[in-house]
Design a protein around this ligand. Structure first.
Ligand code: SF4
Length: 186
């Protein structure tokens, strides 16, 4: 399996072929147990490599063509006042979690949109509605890998920011890492 992974990152293909290959890898991984098979390190290495590879193209895309996808688990679940609107939550800026700051920063930079997702399965729907050229995704490494696959299918350039504390609720991220990705520009 690891030979396939290395080969994926070495070969230069158009994005549809790369996406197909990446999907193949995901399907292999879906049948595995991350803990048992010690795959967490693999997710991490793969994604960080992907981030590095995407930096030049990502930096060349203007803020107004980029969106940010945030997981709902970043909310402060005990204090959150966010409204549920379809497939999204709409932050009410109570300031009890980092989402408030992230939205403000993204708006100041001129980002096309910031979406607080109810689940990773809605990524395709948002992409099809908003048509971004680039995207910053915040998630755990496993969800990140799946999200990158979806984006590659659509030819979207991704920067991934990992959660520093994952789980289903009250997760966390390093704001400096996110800021670095948000500020990338040629
Ligand atoms: S800042 Fe927004 S997302 Fe965070 S807890 Fe408050 S309302 Fe919820």
């Amino acid at each position: 399996m690891f030979k396939k992974i290395i080969s994926y990152f070495k070969k230069k293909r158009n994005h549809q072929k790369r996406a197909a290959k990446f999907t193949e890898l995901i399907n292999i991984l879906k049948g595995t147990d991350p803990e048992k098979d010690n795959l967490k390190e693999f997710y991490k290495t793969s994604i960080l490599q992907k981030n590095k590879e995407n930096i030049p193209k990502f930096s060349a895309i203007h803020f107004s063509e980029r969106i940010i996808l945030l997981p709902q688990c970043l909310r402060n679940i005990d204090q959150c006042k966010a409204k549920e609107i379809g497939i999204l939550y709409e932050c009410q800026h109570c300031g009890a979690c980092k989402i408030d700051w992230i939205i403000q920063k993204a708006k100041n930079l001129g980002y096309k949109g910031i979406y607080l997702l109810k689940g990773g399965s809605v990524i395709s729907k948002i992409i099809e509605e908003v048509h971004p050229k680039a995207l910053i995704g915040v998630a755990c490494f496993y969800e990140g890998l799946i999200g990158i696959t979806e984006c590659e299918k659509h030819g979207i350039i991704v920067q991934f920011v990992p959660l520093t504390k994952d789980g289903c609720v009250n997760t966390d991220l390093n704001l400096d890492v996110l800021k670095n990705s948000m500020n990338l520009i040629k």
